[in-house]
Design a protein around this ligand. Structure first.
Ligand code: 5GP
Ligand code: ZN
Length: 141
């Protein structure tokens, strides 16, 4: 897509610090990292978000993910790593070409908050069963 910043990174018209590339995916350093080693993995094909991702693109993308995670782990020996993908602006997506963040974690003060307050008391087993049915109805199983 001509006006997509990540398509331009993939085709080399915008510079990036490349980590990995194969026929289907491209991984590069996030220009505004949260922690040392923060990396983005994108499909070479322009796909807006997870909702629009063809299965084959997902297969190829995730096939590369362990390689990248392990390379970052070997390089910097973090305590852990979050892999995060934001879909839609409400969820924090700012670049509308799918990307998976690899964020190595070194300490609790790095500013990433992934803990949430559970609302378990609002969701009884009956309610969860009904939610499950509603979602299953939408899958072509
Ligand atoms: P989002 O908020 O959409 O999940 O994440 C977009 C990410 O892309 C941000 O972390 C941002 O720093 C990164 N980013 C945006 N523009 C560029 C760029 O031109 N080059 C690189 N390397 N990263 C970018
Ligand atoms: Zn794109």
């Amino acid at each position: 897509m001509s006006d997509c910043i990540f398509c331009k990174i993939v085709d080399g018209s915008i510079p990036s610090t490349k980590i990995y590339e194969d026929d289907h995916v491209y991984a590069f350093m996030d220009v505004a990292p949260l922690t040392k080693g923060h990396t983005l993995l994108v499909p070479k094909q322009h796909v807006k978000d997870l909702f629009e991702m063809p299965e084959e693109v997902a297969r190829n993308l995730y096939a590369a993910a362990p390689k990248i995670a392990n390379a970052i782990k070997s390089a910097f020996n973090p305590q852990g790593m979050n892999t995060i993908n934001n879909n839609g602006s409400f969820a924090g997506q700012t670049v509308f070409h799918y990307h998976l963040h690899f964020i190595p974690r070194y300490d609790e003060t790095d500013g990433l908050k992934v803990k949430w307050e559970t609302k378990q008391s609002e969701f009884t087993q009956e309610v969860l069963k009904s939610f499950g049915e509603q979602i299953r109805e939408k899958l072509n199983l």
